[in-house]
Write a protein that binds this ligand. Structure first.
Ligand code: DAH
Length: 340
């Protein structure tokens, strides 16, 4: 049997090292790598087996061959540790990746709706009048001829009825039911149902036969005011209109009353609001409640007096928000509506 030489042992050690290193590079998981450890570095591994052949070497060859073997084992050991660390890191990364919550791809924020610009205007008006001590009343949009005209001192055939291009409803005797042409019938309903003192506003939809254009719509909104109390005069009316004007429009705005005619008030007036630039805006009608209206609604005109006012809301909103065409309020184009 040929005696081993240090050179032979060293070269075998190099070959086994290369084999072991490529085996541990191939391992693709921590489990696979640790399972291979006994074959690469354990007692029964080929590299360790070389040690047993050291004894057969010439004594002077042993240190050299021993060092070569130790170095081979150290190389495999350190490559093993490095590969183990590498595989552990990769596995941690994979796990984090799998458990990651992707916060960069949140769903689109929901489109939040808003109140229609007319509703916003109505609510703002209600707020201003509530602060002035008024409560809010409502009445039906389909009215009787009596509430809309008769009780308000428009007798049948009265020429003032012609100012209201009334839409009649096919219900009951002809001409007895209609779409309310103004919010004034709510005055009647309030007085019939509640005893004075009364401080109410009544906002709502009104209807008139009208062709839609930039400044007219067959459906529009008004707000009505009614006060009935002890010794109410025209002065109280002017004061209330002025208080409302500054509260709603702001400081720098004032109001004036101009004589006018309405069957249900005496005296009657139109009220205008003056803007800070000096220009006037015609807002609505008002007056001292006619004694026969009080009477027909069951309020004693000897005991109580009152004032009333009413004005359109759509034109108010147009002015306030710079809207050029009333029809835009009805077409429900979100690009228009979301501006307000
Ligand atoms: N109802 C009237 C209209 O639509 C406006 C009006 C005028 C209301 C005088 C009132 C008032 O309360 O006193 O033309």
């Amino acid at each position: 049997m040929t005696a081993d030489s240090a050179a032979v042992l060293a070269s075998e050690a190099r070959a086994l090292t290369a084999e072991a290193v490529s085996a541990l590079e191939v391992a693709s998981s921590v489990a696979e790598l640790t399972a291979a450890r006994p074959d690469l570095l354990g007692r029964g591994s080929p590299l360790t087996g070389l040690r047993r052949r050291l004894g057969a070497l010439a004594p002077e060859d042993r240190p050299l061959a021993g060092r070569a073997l130790s170095e081979a084992l150290a190389t495999v050991e350190s490559r093993y540790d490095a590969r183990l660390e590498e595989l552990r890191a990769a596995e941690r990364r994979r796990q984090l990746e799998a458990e990651r919550l992707d916060l960069t791809e949140l769903p689109e924020p929901p489109q939040v709706g808003r109140l229609h610009v007319i509703t916003q205007t109505l609510q703002r008006l209600e707020d201003v009048f509530s602060a002035m001590g008024y409560t809010v009343a409502e009445g039906p949009e389909i009215e009787t001829e009596w509430h809309n005209f008769g009780a308000l001192n428009f007798p049948p055939g009265h020429p003032a009825r012609d100012m209201y291009d009334t839409l009649y409803v096919d219900h009951g005797p002809p001409g007895s039911t209609l779409l309310r042409t103004h919010t004034s019938p709510v005055q009647v309903r309030v007085m019939v149902n509640q005893p004075p003192p009364l401080y109410v506003v009544a906002p709502g939809r009104c209807y008139r036969q009208d062709t839609a254009d930039a400044t007219h719509m067959p459906v529009f909104h008004q707000i009505e005011g009614l006060v009935v109390d002890d010794g109410i005069t025209l002065g109280d009316l002017a004061g209330a209109i002025e208080t409302f004007t500054t509260a709603y429009f702001g400081p720098g705005f004032t109001s004036r009353l101009r004589p006018s005619y309405f069957p249900f008030t005496e005296p009657s007036a139109e009220f205008d609001v003056q803007r800070p630039d000096g220009t006037w805006l015609e807002l609505g009608g008002c007056g001292v409640v006619h004694p026969s209206v009080l009477e027909v609604c069951g309020v004693d005109p000897e005991r109580w007096s009152g004032f009333a006012f009413g004005f359109g809301i759509d034109r108010l909103a147009m002015l306030r928000y710079g809207i050029g065409d009333l029809r835009d309020l009805w077409t429900n184009d979100v690009r228009f509506l979301e501006q307000f």
